[in-house]
Write a protein that binds this ligand. Sequence first.
Ligand code: DAH
Length: 337
Amino acid sequence: MMKEEIANVKATALKDIAGADNMKRLEEVRVSTLGKKGTLTRVQQGMRDVPASEKPAVGALLNEARNTISAALDERMRELQRRLDEQSVAGIDLTLPAATLPGGGLHPISLVREEAVRILRRMGFCLADGPEIEDEWHCFDALNTPEDHPARNEKDTFYFDSGKLLRTQTSTVQARVMESQAPPVRIICPGSAFRRDAIDATHLSAFNQIEGLYVDREVSVCDLKGTLEYFLKALFGDETAVRFRPHFFPFTEPSFEIDVQLQAAGQAPRWIEIAGCGMVNPAVFENIDKKTGKQLYTGCTGFAFGIGLERLAMIRWGIRDIRLLIENDVRFLAQFQ
Ligand code: DAH
């Protein structure tokens, strides 16, 4: 009797398993056969009435049935899963190479800025900052730039109706730092500057500079030359020749332009103008003291410098047209990754 029942339960279960065409149905078969109230479990409960002599044989049959059914359930589950997997990738060519993820990178201006900042910080300069929308005092008056100076012209500077302007140079930060702290000062300020220039291969109306200012007692032209020569050699290589040419800036006296001698591949070495600098004009210190009402700067000495970052990038990578730096053409930018 019991043996027959086992055989029946097994046969039915195997048939149901083979006929289950989804996971839910298969699970129902498992529960209704092997579960607590399942058919096989119920048959198993009849064991107590089986004569002792037959118990081993019936027990073995029960075990065999349970194992066979379990194995059939597992196998059917794998099969159904395989079918689901196949359906989910139907029509997709898994042998196609994966699409590459475009990697990001820093813009060449960021790269030269970070490198310049890293060198100057190592030399003891701290970062300072100032607004891009400025007043005339910080941009011109404090820096000893007379009313009739061409840079103040409406043709050269973006003015707002309020009288404020877009700073034409990062030198504004010199005035801002000095009016807010006592000497000594040792700062650099990377940032944007704006001029009403027509855009061409060497001019943009929005560009980037790094300004530097060092003020203390008895700072001399030697400090200026030593600092900037060291900086430019760290940037362009130890062998780079650096020269200082007399020039004029209202906020420095004496003033210089700095050239570095560089050699592009296959060309003769050339002197290239790279920065402006000079000893801070005593008139600037007096302007600051007059504004703050404190006598902190009169009698100090110092030097200042300003470097154009687009120019640095163009020299570094032999970029011929400055406009490439703002066009965001990935074919150009991807070369710097
Ligand atoms: N502000 C100047 C410019 O935009 C650059 C410059 C020259 C900055 C000499 C300085 C300096 O601090 O001393 O052309």
